[in-house]
Design a protein around this ligand. Structure first.
Ligand code: GTP
Ligand code: MG
Length: 532
């Protein structure tokens, strides 16, 4: 396939490979978990259906990613550990993180109706993710034990709180005061026992200890196509409730190579989180791309070369992302990819690379699935798609423009090729191989000629397919601008209308007519100017 002159911008992309022989743990957290109980009128402090939905979503992620060997979750979080020696995606942290994160979110949406029958999901979720890299078995054990301890504290507090409200008739803030006043665990157990007649030990294990999912491998007899029987390694996922603090888990259930022991000091673990900050004052580009969309499009009988329904779904998901994150100034989509450009001066999610990538990709994936039935009508969704994301920094406006030009040129090159290819196959009765042969080595001019033979003119094809989709915020009105500056916030941005266009942004005209998108460059002289 031809290449454009903008390809050089690929040089700004980084690899971010994780060290070999370390445990990779991806921790995912529902961004609005605390609002779910009130929004859906769920049982407090724990709703079994929600716990099971989280478990099922994590199971579906572990089912898809066979290299995940251990999962642990409670509340709105789930941590997933890869086999220590995994070479999946050559250990690129953003790719591992974002694939899991988007699949978790899209599975959550797809599985919701199975767990909440008759209750519609109103808002697709977004998950924030982090990558932890642990150098030895002890730190993996310490991490999991620490998360289970957090589960215990959270659940004990919430059980006391909601028991006081329900059983003793206290107001919520009154009950919160009581919980705050009870400093030790003993105090909390005592309050539960004496005031609410409840024994914490008798609460359900899954609420007290969280959900563990372990991959175990077994030998199974499999019949080969030739009819003989061979032994194969088969893995299966098991749900458990167990104490990570006990040696037995690590020596019998999830057997570690190195000897480990109970360790009360887990503060050191925070240094193992990969927390790359995105450089200040650089444009942040988050590009997401559908995982295995070639297969996904075949499985769901997408029209060739372009399926308007898929584009509609991608655009709806992108719009939702822009509504959620007001600092995204522009987005651009084509095929199974979408680019989000975050204002270079934004402090969105602390400019933390993982938080930005995971929040965007998961909201995108969950919205895609949430809108599926409305857009695809009678084509049922067979499985949840995953998307990956990467974050790339561009230091100035010209690089950013070249990046966007690169993606739009790519859209043009691919679409012209695909349009010709499918015209030859569908209208010219060529086999796929013949069409491929006929197009090999052709230039743009040749392809236009081929189309003319079928009475089609490339420039008259739908601009949606030729140019892709650009979304950007309209210009800030004067009074809004003043209000924004006066309040020192960017809150007005989110309420601005989002324009959707299918036009050229490689030339200067697009940018000259909309100067507010790139804005003015700020001069930095002191640390305060950087605002960090
Ligand atoms: P990875 O991204 O590496 O996981 O592979 P992928 O299969 O997603 O391929 P890639 O992202 O390179 O390309 C996207 C693929 O999605 C295209 O090659 C098409 O097969 C498919 N695709 C995207 N949009 C459409 C569409 O509108 N119609 C059809 N038929 N296919 C589409
Ligand atoms: Mg793809």
């Amino acid at each position: 396939m031809a290449k454009s002159r903008f390809e050089y911008v690929k040089a700004f992309e980084t690899e971010d490979r994780l060290d070999p022989k370390h445990w990779i743990v991806v921790a995912l957290r529902h961004r609005r978990y605390d609002e779910l109980a009130d929004t859906y009128d769920l049982e407090k402090p724990n709703d079994k259906r929600l716990v099971q939905l989280f478990e099922a979503s994590a199971r579906s992620v572990m089912g898809e990613f066979k290299e995940l060997v251990l999962g642990y979750g409670f509340g709105g979080e789930f941590s997933l550990a890869f086999a220590k020696n995994t070479t999946l995606y050559r250990r690129r942290a953003p790719k591992l993180l974002t694939n899991l994160c988007s699949l978790m979110a899209s599975s959550f949406v797809q599985l919701w109706p199975h767990h909440f029958e008759g209750l519609s999901l109103l808002d697709p979720p977004s998950f924030e993710g982090a990558v932890h890299l642990f150098p030895d078995d002890q730190s993996l054990r310490d991490y999991m034990t620490q998360r289970q301890l957090a589960c215990h504290h959270r659940n004990l507090n919430n059980t006391v709180l909601w028991s006081l409200v329900r059983e003793c008739g206290l107001a919520v803030d009154e009950a919160q005061g009581v919980v705050r006043g009870a400093t030790s665990e003993g105090d909390k157990n005592e309050i539960l026992f004496s005031r609410c007649n409840k024994n914490y030990n008798k609460e359900e294990d899954v609420f007290k200890k969280g959900s563990i999912i372990v991959r175990t491998s077994t030998q199974a007899s499999v019949r080969t196509p030739a009819g003989s029987v061979t032994q194969r390694n088969q893995s299966c996922l098991t749900n458990l409730c167990f104490d990570f603090v006990k040696d037995q888990f690590w020596s019998e259930i999830f057997v570690l190579d190195q000897p480990t022991k109970v360790n009360a000091k887990t503060n050191y673990l925070k240094d193992f989180e990969k927390k790359a900050k995105l450089l200040p004052h650089s444009w942040i580009v988050i590009r997401i791309d559908g995982k295995g969309f070639h297969k996904f499009s075949e499985k769901h009988s997408f029209a060739k070369p372009n399926d308007i329904r898929s584009i509609e779904l991608m655009n709806r998901a992108a719009k939702r992302v822009m509504e959620e994150f007001p600092d995204i100034v522009l987005s651009y989509g084509q095929s199974d990819e979408y680019t989000f450009v975050i204002d270079r001066y934004s402090r969105m999610l602390d400019r933390c690379a993982s938080r930005n990538m995971s929040s965007i990709v998961s909201l995108f994936g969950s919205t895609y699935v949430h809108n599926w039935t409305e857009v695809f009508d009678d084509t049922p969704l067979q499985y949840s798609p995953a998307f990956d994301a990467r974050a790339v920094l561009y230091p100035n406006n010209s690089c950013l423009r070249d990046y966007l030009s690169w993606r739009q040129a790519d859209c043009h090159i691919n679409n012209m090729y695909n349009t010709c290819f499918w015209v030859l196959v569908q209208e010219g009765s060529r086999s796929r191989q013949e069409a491929e042969g006929e197009l090999r080595g052709t230039f743009s001019r040749d392809k236009r000629d081929i189309l003319k033979e079928f009475n089609r003119e490339y420039d008259k094809e739908d601009a949606l397919y030729r140019k892709g989709t650009i979304m950007y915020r309209d210009e800030l009105q004067n009074e809004e601008s003043e209000a924004t500056q006066a309040s020192g916030t960017e809150s007005c941005r989110g309420s601005r209308n989002i324009s959707v266009e299918h036009i050229d942004m490689i030339g200067d005209a697009f940018w000259e007519q909309r100067p507010w998108i790139l804005g003015k460059e700020r001069t930095v002289r002191t640390l305060e100017d950087i605002d960090y």
